[in-house]
Each structure stands twice: as C-alpha cells, then as structure tokens.
Design a protein around this ligand. Structure first.
Ligand SMILES: CC(C)(COP(=O)(O)OP(=O)(O)OC[C@H]1O[C@@H](n2cnc3c(N)ncnc32)[C@H](O)[C@@H]1OP(=O)(O)O)[C@@H](O)C(=O)NCCC(=O)NCCS
Length: 438
C-alpha cells in the first residue's frame, strides 16, 4: 500500500525551491537503488559498499518506500544528497495476557543529508513530508530510532521506550531462579535462522514497543550476509525447547577471550528471545553457568529485567547503561489512544498542542474495567485534565514514561493527582522494550 503513496507535494515544492529534486526510488530500478544505498551508508559514516553488496543491502528495502533528494549539478548526480525510507510496521501496544494488541505505525529510517548540503532545511522537508505521507496513508502514529536525541522533538516525536545494557558478574550471580522444564541445545545458525521469525513473533506479542523484523536483518543477526559472515565465525546459537519439544526461545552470543586469563571469558549476548517465562529462565541460566566465563553482557534489553531477581546476589546484575530508544509521533490522537488496553477505568482530558498542526485539540479518553478505551475530540469534563505538547503524548502512550515524572520535569501541566491518574491508566503489564535499531 505505502509504495503507491505519492510524493508529498509541499516537500517537493520546498526542495525544488532549493534547486534540488525530490524523487522516489523505483523498486525495480537496481542502479537507482544501489546509488541510494551508497548515500545511506555514507550518511551514517559506514564503509562504502560495492555493487554486489549494495544489491544485497537492497533486500532490506524490498518493503520500503525509498525517497531521495538529488542535486543534478553534483559530480555524481545519481547519488542522492539526502535519503529517507519508510514502511508500515506492526507495533505491539499494551494488551492483556489473553489479548495481544498491535497497531500499524509509519516507521521512518535512513534519514541522512550529505554534509555538502546540511542545514538548508532538507531534513525538515523530508521529515514533514513523511508525516504528511503517513497521514495520507491513514497511519495514526510514526515511529523511529534516533542517532541523536536532539533532532526529532521539533517534529513532535518523543522517546516512549527506554532500553538498558546489562552486565552480569557470573562468579557472584548464582542462579536461584525457577528451574526450567525444557532444555537448551546448540543449533546450527542457519537452521535456527529459519525458525527465528516465528519464535520472535510469538515473543514480541507481549512486549509493547516491539516492531516487525525483516528478513535481511535476521540474516545479519545470524551472520549470514556477505558483510557479516566473516566476523560471525564465533557466533553461537542456542535454542530453548519446552518439555513438549516446542521451540520457545533462542539466544545468539559471542565469547571474548580475556587477554591473560583463559578462565575469564566474556559472553556478549547479541540476541535473546523468549516466548515463555520458562524459556527466559532456561536461557539465562545456561548463559550464566557457562564455564570459563566471568561476565555476560546484553544490550537493548528491558530497563526492568526479571533476571535481577533470579540470582543470589542481585548486585551481580548491573545496569551499565540506560538510553532513549523508540521515539513516537502521534498523528491521530483518538486512533492512537484506542489502539491499546488500559490498566484501570477512568477518564482523562488531554489538551494537546501541535506546532505542525496534525493533532491539536482537546480529547477525552475514557477507559472501562475491561481495559477498552474510547476517545473523542470533546469539551466534556473528565476525572483528570492535562495540557501537553503532542511529543509528550507519544512519550506516555506505551506506559514506559511516567506522567508524574514528566509533570515534575515541567513537560506537562497537570495536578499531581491528575498525573497519578494517567499513570494508573497507562501502566503497562510488561515494561515496553525494543530489541532492534531501525
Ligand atoms: C541530522 C541530519 C539528517 C540533519 O539534516 P539537515 O538537512 O542538516 O537538517 P535541517 O537543515 O533540515 O534542520 C532541521 C532542523 O533540525 C536541526 N538539526 C539538524 N541537525 C541536527 C542535529 N544533528 N542535532 C540537533 N539539531 C539538528 C536544525 O537546526 C533545524 O532546526 P530548526 O528547523 O528548528 O531551526 C544530517 O545532519 C545528517 O544526515 N546527519 C548524519 C546522519 C544522522 O544522524 N541522521 C539522523 C538519523 S536518526
């Protein structure tokens, strides 16, 4: 569907005014696609790619809308001076254990502007164009992960999901968590790759903030692409099968040898997926009890990992970093707010400001005891009143950022009771998380 959405005319005019050309890359145009990929990798300071590798990279974009900005007077006019890509992704939102909730969101990626053309408003034209295109396509929410935390608020985005890096001192940890009933076994990477999609999709159902993966990304994770193959010789793959032999999780990890002590390897977990609590316990226990290992590290994990409560010495499990990860931009307040379940009944009036004019107004959200919600533009009174910018509504949406904290920070206006009421309703049964960059 999104491939057929036309280029945004307002941004096309702004870019034409700057003497440049705004164009979609035709998915059938290999040369155009390769040039676009080369601009994208250059924009993020990555190594250049030859034609073969660029064609392989393009597999990541088969479902995407690729847009470029071209300078026909440049030395290599075929290489765009700016890029952006976008697609419809399925975002998990807070649900109930019985009922998964997902919603379609407009994922935006590959935002680059060549250093030769920076700070002339090109990124602004691209971003605003993406938001208008999302609205034209009926998408209520846009999502991205960011290189810098200072760029996107001006477009109405805010961080909705924080993630953490963890380090576990395995000599101190000592497993005290539940004994898993299934078993962990080594599997060939290529064989596990074939099952990964299904296992991860089931795991993702209960994790708000998670989005669709795509084929080439899995190939990269498993070290099965031309550019990841060589450095992935040391990548190990284990799978957790439940007592009925059903795969319920897997982990990919690498071992780093200590420079002087062979008994002190570090395990770097590059992917950890668990559908069930049993799989979570079984896989973590396996990793923590590896011989000749003293430290296990994992990144892009939840800020509230149950693992901390599964070892004898909780101080052996340290959060080494916590950072903003998934950023959201609400484009349609009622459609977004009704795309999740809520933790309590109540009503909240949101008085929303939106400098870009997509979603401003006063909206009343009403939730019932089942967690279902209705939301309409309305002047009706509500239990709690809050006034905020559209960015902060995105921050609150998945229940990962607290209204009380935003109130204390001066980022929304509400009484302490009203902020507490929002937090009661928006609480997510599982803390939001997102395990990939996109
Ligand atoms: C970040 C980047 C896309 C900005 O492109 P640009 O065309 O120079 O940006 P614009 O001229 O359209 O600037 C738009 C606004 O963002 C601001 N801005 C631009 N880059 C910024 C940055 N790195 N940090 C903070 N603010 C930034 C500008 O000041 C401007 O603000 P204003 O319109 O409110 O006055 C470009 O520098 C780039 O490609 N960087 C490397 C790749 C990257 O980090 N991409 C982001 C991926 S998530």
């Amino acid at each position: 569907m999104h491939h057929s959405l036309p280029l945004d005319p307002t941004s096309a005019a702004a870019i034409a005014d700057a003497g440049l050309r705004y164009a979609l890359v035709d998915p059938g145009d290999e040369a155009g696609g390769v040039a676009w990929v080369r601009a994208d990798v250059r924009g993020f300071h990555a190594d250049d790619v030859d034609h073969k590798d660029a064609v392989d990279n393009l597999r990541a974009f088969t479902d995407r809308r690729m847009t470029g900005v071209y300078d026909d007077t440049a030395a290599s006019p075929e290489i765009p001076v700016a890029t952006v890509s976008s697609w419809v992704t399925s975002l998990t939102t807070p649900g109930t254990p019985e009922q998964t909730q997902t919603m379609d969101a407009w994922a935006i990626s590959s935002v680059t502007v060549s250093p030769t053309h920076r700070r002339r408003g090109i990124a602004r034209a691209l971003l605003e164009g993406e938001l208008r295109t999302a609205v034209a396509g009926g998408l209520p929410l846009a999502a991205l992960t960011v290189s810098e935390a200072t760029i996107y608020r001006r477009f109405g985005f805010a961080c909705a999901v924080l993630v953490a890096d963890w380090s576990i001192d395995t000599r101190r940890a000592k497993w005290t968590g539940p004994a898993a009933r299934g078993r962990v076994q080594f599997v060939e990477r290529a064989a596990l790759r074939a099952q990964a999609d299904d296992i991860e999709r089931r795991a993702r159902r209960s994790i708000p903030g998670e989005v669709d993966r795509w084929g080439r990304r899995w190939d990269e994770f498993f070290g099965l692409t031309p550019d990841t193959e060589k450095e992935s010789k040391g990548l190990r793959a284990v799978r957790y099968d439940d007592e009925n032999g059903e795969p319920q999780g897997f982990a990919l990890f690498k071992l780093k040898e200590h420079e002087s002590d062979f008994s002190a390897h570090t395990v770097v977990v590059t992917e950890f997926v668990a559908v069930t609590d049993d799989a979570y316990a079984g896989l973590w226990r396996f990793l923590l009890e590896l011989d000749l290992v003293t430290e296990v590290r994992a990144s892009l994990r939840s800020v509230d990992e149950p693992l901390r409560w599964m070892v004898a010495d909780a101080r052996a499990v340290r959060k080494t970093a916590e950072s903003d990860h998934l950023w959201l931009r609400v484009l349609d307040v009622p459609a977004t707010l009704t795309s999740r379940r809520y933790a309590a009944p109540g009503s909240i009036a949101f008085d929303v400001r939106d400098a870009l004019g997509f979603a401003a107004g006063r909206f009343v959200l009403s939730t019932d005891a089942s967690g279902a919600a209705a939301c309409t533009a309305s002047d009706a009174p509500a239990d709690a009143e809050v006034s905020l910018d559209i960015a902060e509504l995105g921050a609150l949406f998945l229940g990962g950022i607290s209204a009380a904290t935003l109130r204390a920070a001066g980022r929304l206006t509400a009484t302490p009771d009203a902020a507490a009421a929002i937090d009661r309703l928006f609480l997510s049964p599982t803390p939001p998380r997102l395990g990939i960059w996109f």
